[in-house]
Design a protein around this ligand. Structure first.
Ligand SMILES: C[S@@+](CC[C@H](N)C(=O)[O-])C[C@H]1O[C@@H](n2cnc3c(N)ncnc32)[C@H](O)[C@@H]1O
Length: 369
């Protein structure tokens, strides 16, 4: 069997509200998979694409906005646990998994079998029975392969069985050197940069003057490059004998001409090294290349306290951006804050999302001409 050529449907899970942007990211990077185009099926919470295995596994390497990629294995109908057990027991598990102790993630919506804990137990029992009849090889022991995660998603009594291709979620890039108090999640930073890039008339230098652990800078530097960390698909049966994935176009053009970050906390900056430097945003600015775009996730006044009221802080931020003669800026603004009031800039919301439990919006400030 030529496993590389077998077609599968892949489901890319995205934060709610970022489905379309993530699909645009795939279109932007599609040549890395060795294609000109792809049919994308947008769904709530993600999108589906059907691709040969050889290409589809590349989704985890190239996409920076989704949180996970799953491969769809099969669909069955079940309205009682006995039927679900029999169905699950009859599935060709040895063609999909390497480890006998699968982690089942179960969710159910408008299903007769609404008790997800019971459905997980039934799945575990069915798998045990299936593997008793048709055992797995001991490859998982010899190669120390971790258990696969299988997603069982029931909607109106139809159950979709999918397998995770990632292991750690995709936003764990294996890149950041430190994590400060309130980092922005990597895939949200990547989404903000990708959405911002679309608003810029030319390629800009990026400066994050409140960089914390430097997430925006790392995401700007790596958005166009395939990720090389370990993904669980690499030890999967579906990948057995298929040569390692490689981008068909190497890396794409970067989103920004350069990226640097600064922060008032010198201890943080020392750990980060270059291209980071210690700087108080409200002091005289460093030399800025032109055109520069300022991207920042300021303290919200919750986990990190503000020196002044939120209103005054918001005004100070805008005044400083204005004095720097910056034409474009992106600010991560909690929804609870008032809109930015400014005469010299128009403001647009790129998207809204929950960041670590706080609802925020990505605001694009554009200097009025
Ligand atoms: C919410 S955190 C940024 C988190 C960052 N985006 C990340 O992913 O790690 C806000 C940062 O602003 C920094 N900060 C606060 N006031 C500042 C100022 N006046 N100048 C420079 N940095 C400042 C804090 O030290 C903190 O690291």
């Amino acid at each position: 069997m030529n496993r590389a050529a077998v077609e599968w449907t892949f489901f890319c899970i995205t934060p709610l509200g970022l489905e379309e942007l993530a699909a645009l990211e795939l279109q932007h990077k599609i040549t890395m998979l060795g294609r000109d185009s792809v049919q994308i099926n947008l769904l709530k919470g993600g999108f589906e694409v059907t691709l040969p295995w050889e290409q589809g596994r590349g989704l985890v390497h190239i996409l920076k906005i989704p949180t996970r990629v799953l491969v769809r294995l099969c669909v069955f109908k079940a309205r009682d646990f006995a039927k679900a057990f029999n169905k699950l027991k009859s599935l060709p598990w040895t063609q999909w998994i390497t480890h006998p102790e699968v982690e089942f993630e179960v969710s159910a919506n408008e299903c007769r079998l609404i008790q997800t804990t019971r459905m997980r137990e039934v799945s575990e029992d069915a798998l045990k029975a299936a593997l008793k009849a048709s055992p797995l090889s001991l490859r998982y022991q010899k190669e120390s392969i971790a258990p696969e995660t299988i997603y069982l998603r029931g909607v109106k009594d139809e159950w979709t069985v999918s397998m995770d291709l990632c292991g750690d979620p995709l936003y764990k890039r294996g890149l950041s050197l430190i994590k400060d108090l309130a980092p922005i999640r990597e895939n949200l930073a990547a989404a903000a940069l990708f959405a911002l890039k679309d608003k810029l008339s030319q390629k800009h230098h990026l400066w994050d003057p409140m960089c914390g652990s430097g997430t925006f800078v790392f995401e700007a530097e790596n958005f166009h490059q395939p990720s090389q960390r370990f993904f669980s698909y690499q030890t999967s049966v579906l990948n057995l004998g298929v040569p390692p994935w490689k981008s068909k176009t190497g890396e794409l053009e970067s989103l920004f001409s350069s990226a640097k970050g600064s922060d008032i906390l010198s201890g943080l900056i020392e750990k980060l090294g270059s291209p980071f430097f210690t700087h108080d945003f409200f002091s005289p600015p460093p030399q800025l290349e032109r055109p520069s775009v300022v991207v920042m996730n300021p303290p919200y006044g919750e986990r990190i306290k503000l020196p002044v009221s939120i209103e005054v802080f918001q005004k100070n931020l805008i005044d400083q951006i204005d004095q720097l003669k910056i034409n474009d800026a992106l600010i991560v603004k909690p929804l609870s804050w008032r809109p930015f009031i400014t005469q010299n800039y128009s403001t647009t919301t790129l998207f809204r999302v929950s960041n670590g439990g706080i609802d925020v919006e990505m605001i694009h400030l554009k200097r009025r001409s």
